[in-house]
Design a protein. Sequence first.
Length: 97
Amino acid sequence: MSGSVNRENITQEKVQAVFKAIDTDGDGCITGPEIVDFLEKRGSLSPQKLRDFGRLDQERDGRIDFDEFEYAVNQWYFDLEGDSPEARAVEEIFRQA
């Protein structure tokens, strides 16, 4: 799915698969090091992208659980302008997945 992202093709299964691809230790949460690793491997790591990803952590506990991730995906799906940091982060995830 690298490159442009077709929102209509984002299924629940795809959301779960992408979450699992980032959650490399399988503990059900995405941590900062996992996000860094995900972006580094795809050559798209930047300070701005890390700040955008940090906004997905609604509980501010340093971890993005699946509910937070799914919420952000739903917000992005309906944010057609894609101008929020959360929307940019989610779009980047699916562009790189």
